[in-house]
Design a protein around this ligand. Structure first.
Ligand code: ASP
Ligand code: MG
Length: 407
């Protein structure tokens, strides 16, 4: 007998028929003697619909009320799923985040889970019930409803699994696992049987949208074995764990992630003295704009050039701030470009294999793709290229690193 936490995303519970199908799936795990906790998202499109309703009243609604509104989506699904389980003769109970004491900080719309009191859930499981918990929501110490950020139900599931010391956290979604890259861009992409937390984190931060990034961090921190699998097809999915496989020869590269949400800013001719990086990026950070890649050139004639990337949505604000900084510092000019994409090779195998970056650069050069920026970490090499090369670059690298599926 195992304790399993399952999470079903919006598409998997997108209609009454699908909710009934999820109930069948849950029942089959429960019938096999497992203790099952199910975390669900709102029905697909529902969260967006609620956001739109709010916008019609106020373009900038109160964060507290926004969370009260958005948390209703998940509350609908837990009740419907519990009813569907009852219809199949399975004893089940639904709970909102607050009811099972998913306590978070007070950062509305991006709250962090502080702790979970599993007493109630454990008692239900002991009594043979399936427990259905609303994803994406919690409650702060004042009792206000909070939400965990878009895609946050993944994090709820992982946090429940950690709190209950579950044997596995299964994330059911509309894809059947984690792929070497997005199959919509490279049809030869392959499903990975396993990937490490570390790699998954790099994939997610580089644009792979299979799991909410925070859920992967959480799973890594508490060592919760995480499995991504399809709600619609049978299969083993992809297991995300701590261990690097050591029995088979480690592939050099596990995957290629990319992100279209990038924009870059350049400030040229900045008087070069200690503290310029801080003077340039300080105000950007204060405006809560996340900076990803940063390149500073070697100073020449007492000035230096500085380039960094931000999320495309943040470009207008970042540009405004940077122009102000440029005036203050007496920099020569400011430029920006949002017709760029980031492509990243990810793999723990990089630690033990040399020459990954040069293979990457050669493959791109052979296709005449110009690299605008490069950054590396221990298990990742990322480049910025013109957005028109996205597909070509991803396919070229997929092939160059032997990731293509056979046949
Ligand atoms: N319903 C929320 C969203 O659409 C949370 C989730 O689906 O995980 O972002
Ligand atoms: Mg989702």
């Amino acid at each position: 007998m195992a304790l399993i936490v399952q999470k079903y995303g919006g598409t998997s519970v997108g209609s009454v028929e699908r909710i009934l199908a999820v109930a069948e799936k849950v029942k089959s795990w429960h019938d096999r003697g497992n203790q099952v906790v199910v975390v669900v998202s709102a029905m697909s499109g529902e969260t967006n619909r609620l956001i739109e309703l709010a916008r019609q009243i106020d373009p900038d609604p109160s964060p507290r009320e926004m969370d009260v509104l958005l948390s209703t989506g998940e509350q609908v699904t837990i009740a419907l799923l519990a009813m569907a389980l009852h219809r199949l003769g399975v004893d089940a109970r639904s709970y909102t985040g607050g009811q099972v004491h998913i306590r978070t900080d007070s950062a509305h719309s991006k709250a962090r889970i502080m702790d979970i009191d599993g007493t109630r859930v454990r008692a239900d499981l002991e009594a043979g019930r399936v427990v259905v918990v609303a994803g994406f929501q919690g409650v702060d110490e004042n009792g206000a409803i909070t939400t965990l950020g878009r895609g946050g139900s993944d994090t709820t599931a992982v946090a429940m699994a950690a709190a209950l010391k579950a044997d596995e956290c299964q994330i059911y979604t509309d894809v059947d696992g984690v792929y070497t890259t997005d199959p919509r861009v490279e049809p030869k992409a392959r499903r990975l049987e396993r990937i490490t937390f570390e790699e998954m984190l790099e994939m997610a931060s580089s644009g792979s949208k299979v799991l909410q990034i925070r859920s992967v961090e959480f799973a890594g921190k508490y060592n919760v074995p995480l499995r991504v699998l399809s709600s619609f097809e049978e299969g083993e999915g992809t297991l995300i764990t701590l261990d690097e496989e050591d029995d088979v020869e480690q592939a050099k590269i596990s995957g290629i992630a990319f992100s279209r949400d990038e924009a870059k800013l350049t400030i040229r001719g900045v008087p070069d003295h200690p503290g310029v990086a801080y003077q340039i990026l300080g105000p950007i950070g204060e405006a809560n704009i996340e900076v990803d890649m940063i390149v500073q050139n070697i100073g020449k004639d007492g000035t230096t050039d500085f380039t960094f990337t931000v999320h495309r949505n943040d470009l207008p604000r970042a540009l405004e701030i940077l122009k102000k900084t440029a005036d203050e510092l007496g920099a020569r000019e400011v430029e920006s470009d949002d017709k760029i994409v980031k492509i990243a090779l990810v793999g723990v195998g990089m630690r033990s294999h040399a020459g990954i970056a040069s293979t990457m650069f050669k493959a791109l050069a052979d296709e005449q793709i110009n690299i605008q920026m490069i950054s590396t970490s221990e298990i990742k090499v990322s480049v910025i290229v013109d957005e028109k090369y996205l597909e070509l670059a991803v396919r070229t690298l997929h092939d160059a690193f032997g990731l293509d599926a056979e046949n």
